[in-house]
Design a protein around this ligand. Structure first.
Ligand code: ZN
Ligand code: ZN
Length: 723
């Protein structure tokens, strides 16, 4: 039986959840993503006529599109329910185009048939035979509905107030799609022609690549400086536990101790001094909880706490959002929509959250007033933060139904949501200044007096980007009870050697943080940006850090030289803002595209002429081609540098560049060669597939780079498959 109403969403899991919620009066089907897009084989954008896009039904989706059109015929109402953001709006718009075209052609068909055989009530269409549609001359109604969580109340509320497609949102998405298309279709062939076959470049991804390349150059240019600090162990004159104090001042100056010699000179001096408590500051320090999750903060925290890449986090979050079967119960969406830059919590949910905290943790642990967090500028205030759809589903109660990663992510979202409305954590901080002649030392004690929100959520260090600043010691440390004027006994003075550290390489977490801070990318694009540059072999993920490959550096440098705007962070952020303005209705999408494209296309023409032809700069080697005996040369390709026969294209022999390091497998005479798989670089044997030896790092470089973190969160200690 076909229901009168049809709901179309973009994913099968979501369709299943909604179907279970609504029962048989609605059919629910999924478009499985986009059905229409720009064509694959040509630009598909009319440069002569206001960048008019020529969308086509995606080749592989033609059969499905036809079925969907038939499915939607003779319905009373069709509800388009893709996700509540630009992408979802665009999918809805494309679906509406498809269905409306179909309705028109069906109407014409009927009209023609009616003219031919006016007496015959039957129609050719199978579905039309149920009669209802023929009796009612009314046309099918097409609605757009949105909801931020897939729960009974949210879906039913959306159906009660169906809306129409927001054309401004669609235009914003269209402008982005066209900009990306224009850049991709111009830059990729250029790279192909100038550097190597198969290379490509995109708009926002290239800026992210540049950030990573620039960071690598900073690290290379960094010169580490030695410096020393001095610490004293002290004790009350009456004895008792010892405590430590740092040398803070020499006279009015902060101590600058560049060498061991100077440190020892100071230590000699400090040994001769008498120590007395000069000042005590005793105060309460409050720590505020963080706002509930947005896409960006969820990705950052999931990386720090669970070791997940941004893409992995989004994949799991989507499963939680779209709904999971909970035992015999109906599937239900466990969290709100995961692509958001809003930290707002809807009024109803806020009420429930505060009640829950009061009941579960008591009034003391509830923040006095409702905490209202500010979303970043330009955030979609109609959106919500990422939170559990119902607090009645505690992580523990779901544990049996979720897999390990779903449970871990749900728990993280749960805890962060709770913490966001809990009372401040309070520490007592005692700072003691100690006088020793012209020297001043400082000892700090910290004790927690109220855990507040920290009972449910662990804070992550903010200093990932600035290793220079020692982490603000948050750990507890007690000092003996001291009073001003009290003499102290010096037990020991000791120096410690330090070195200034280069900035850290980006990780999934810190690049997402940076992209958001700089205004590049949006919740829907952070994870794909990283995935794209990794899959293009411009960046490799090693030990959780993002390293530019040689190929990535070359492409980035060439693009920076010839396309300074495209590679400029501020310029790209400006483009993002203009797209937001299209969505708000304060800019026309065509003018945004034109404003970008006119100067860009000039740059492309100049680069065609002037860009270095790296492709021609082949590097000779001593290797001989094992097929034709001619010398092999080094060229650039999609996987970086490789050995190619100098007689290309007559001889197409190509192979990876040997490292000069012998294979470690016993009895194998092969040599290790660099290979890549899934964005990781590793070394495999030149005798592959006969020898399957692999290693992450060449033996001679093993352990020589202390800046590599030890843990690879995505792939702990497992060599990727060769291939
Ligand atoms: Zn050859
Ligand atoms: Zn081998």
């Amino acid at each position: 039986m076909t229901a009168k109403n049809l709901i179309i969403v973009e994913s099968p899991a979501k369709a299943k959840t909604i179907h279970k919620i609504l029962g048989p009066s609605y059919d629910v089907t999924s478009s499985m993503g986009h059905l229409r897009d720009l064509p694959h084989s040509r630009l598909g954008v009319d440069l002569e006529h206001d960048f008019e896009p020529h969308y086509i039904v995606i080749q592989k989706r033609r059969k499905f599109a036809k079925e969907l059109r038939e499915n939607a015929r003779n319905r009373q109402a069709v509800y388009l329910a893709p996700d509540p953001d630009r992408e979802g709006e665009a999918i809805s718009w494309h679906l509406a185009q498809l269905l409306n075209e179909d309705e028109k052609s069906q109407a014409q068909k009927k009209k023609r048939q009616a003219e031919k055989k006016p007496k015959t009530p039957k129609s050719n269409s199978k579905k039309a035979s149920n009669g209802a549609a023929q009796k009612s001359p009314q046309t099918r109604k097409l609605y757009r509905i949105t909801f931020h969580e897939i729960t009974e109340s949210a879906v039913k509320a959306a159906l009660k107030h169906p809306g129409t497609i927001d054309v401004k949102k669609v235009n914003a998405q269209q402008a982005r799609r066209i900009l990306d298309r224009l850049v991709g279709y111009s830059l990729s062939p250029l790279l192909w022609k100038k550097i190597g076959r198969g290379l490509s470049a995109g708009r926002v991804q290239s800026v992210a690549l540049r950030l990573i390349v620039d960071r690598e150059k900073e690290i290379e240019a960094f010169v580490s400086q030695e410096y020393w600090t001095i610490e004293a162990a002290l004790q009350k004159a009456s004895g008792g536990a010892s405590f430590t104090a740092q040398l803070e001042r020499i006279g009015e100056e902060k101590p600058q101790i560049p060498t061991q010699q100077e440190a020892e000179k100071l230590i000699d001096e400090l040994r001769k001094q008498s120590y007395v408590v000069e000042d005590i500051e005793d105060k309460e320090q409050r720590h505020l909880p963080k706002p509930p999750f947005t896409t960006s903060t969820l990705q950052q925290e999931a990386f720090h706490k669970l070791g997940y890449s941004s893409a992995r986090t989004m994949r799991i979050a989507q499963q939680l959002y779209e709904g999971l079967e909970l035992g015999k119960g109906n599937p239900v969406g466990l969290i709100t929509y995961m692509r958001t830059d809003s930290v707002r919590i809807a009024d109803e949910a806020m009420k429930a959250l505060r009640h829950f905290l009061q009941d579960e943790h008591g009034t003391d642990f509830l923040s006095e007033k409702t905490r209202l967090y500010k979303s970043k500028k330009g955030a979609q205030e109609a959106h919500e933060a990422i939170r559990p759809s119902s607090l009645s589903r505690s992580p523990e109660s779901l544990k049996a139904y979720l897999n390990e990663e779903q449970f871990a992510l749900y728990q993280l979202i749960w805890q962060r949501t709770l913490a966001s409305q809990m009372a401040d954590a309070r520490d007592r901080v005692v700072s003691v200044r100690i006088a020793a002649g012209r020297y001043r030392l400082k000892a700090v004690g910290r004790t927690n007096i109220f855990a507040g929100w920290k009972t449910v959520y662990q804070e992550t260090s903010e200093n990932e980007q600035q290793p220079q600043q020692q982490d603000q010691q948050q750990e507890e440390k007690t000092l003996p009870v001291l009073s001003v004027g009290e003499p102290l006994t010096l037990l020991n003075v000791s120096p410690s050697e330090h070195f200034t550290k280069p900035p850290r390489r980006y990780t999934d977490a810190s690049i997402v943080k940076t992209l958001e801070e700089q205004g590049i990318g949006r919740p829907s694009t952070y994870a794909p940006i990283i995935q794209t540059i990794v899959s293009r072999n411009y960046v490799s993920r090693t030990g959780g850090s993002l390293f530019p490959t040689e190929l990535g550096r070359m492409v980035s440098d060439m693009l920076v030289e010839h396309f300074p705007e495209v590679m400029d962070v501020k310029f790209t952020a400006q483009m993002e803002e203009e797209l937001d303005q299209v969505e708000e209705g304060s800019q026309e999408w065509v003018s945004v595209v034109r404003h970008f494209y006119t100067p860009f296309s000039q740059r492309v023409s100049i680069a065609q002429e002037q860009m270095r032809e790296v492709k021609r700069e082949v590097i000779p080697t001593e290797h001989r081609c094992d097929k034709c005996g001619k010398p092999m040369v080094i060229k650039w390709g999609r996987f970086g540098q490789f050995l190619s026969c100098s007689d290309y294209p007559n001889c197409k022999n190509a192979k990876p560049i040997p490292s000069g390091v012998a294979c470690a497998q016993e009895g194998c005479n092969g040599e290790l060669v660099e290979r890549r798989a899934k964005g990781r670089t590793f070394y495999g044997c030149s005798n592959y597939p006969n020898c399957r030896y692999t290693t992450h790092r060449l033996p001679k470089t093993e352990g020589s780079d202390p800046s590599h973190p030890q843990k690879d969160p995505e792939n702990p200690g497992v060599a990727p498959a060769q291939g």
